[in-house]
Design a protein around this ligand. Structure first.
Ligand SMILES: CC(C)(COP(=O)(O)OP(=O)(O)OC[C@H]1O[C@@H](n2cnc3c(N)ncnc32)[C@H](O)[C@@H]1OP(=O)(O)O)[C@@H](O)C(=O)NCCC(=O)NCCS
Length: 109
């Protein structure tokens, strides 16, 4: 499992999750769900009442399917300019504070 994870609190108060990666040979075995739930648990404990969001390239259909499966709602679509000088469409997914809290409660059982 790759454990590269990054969190940040955005200016709008939501928790931004970044860099969710599972080793290719370990995909589809529940690790991504575990990592996301771990992030929800951290967010609910450290920043109760805050939503969690993340951004994914629109063409990353595998990650998008995963986020939809785990209840993420599309809250924004935009085109991002990358430092190398190219533009790519990006989709933002959000889990509201109630969902984040419920997932934390499930983990604690
Ligand atoms: C996206 C990623 C983190 C998902 O992790 P994972 O460990 O493979 O996902 P899980 O095994 O925990 O899957 C959880 C659920 O999502 C579903 N799912 C996962 N990948 C899916 C896919 N490509 N298509 C459809 N459903 C998918 C699983 O079937 C499972 O559903 P279930 O509730 O019916 O069992 C992983 O594929 C990955 O590291 N991808 C490459 C890096 C990347 O793109 N990261 C996102 C950057 S924003």
């Amino acid at each position: 499992m790759s454990r590269r994870r990054k969190y940040a609190v955005r200016l709008d108060g939501r928790i931004l999750l970044d860099n969710l990666h599972v080793r290719p040979e370990r995909k589809q075995s529940g690790i991504g769900r575990e990592l996301l739930n771990h992030a929800f648990g951290w967010a609910a404990e450290r920043h109760p009442g805050k939503a969690v969001c993340l951004e994914v390239l629109r063409d990353n259909s595998a990650a998008a399917a995963f986020y939809r499966r785990l209840g993420g709602q599309i809250t924004k679509e935009f085109v991002e300019r990358f430092p190398a000088g190219f533009d790519l469409p990006v989709v933002e997914y959000t889990w509201d504070a109630d969902t984040v809290r419920e997932r934390r409660a499930k983990m604690a059982r």
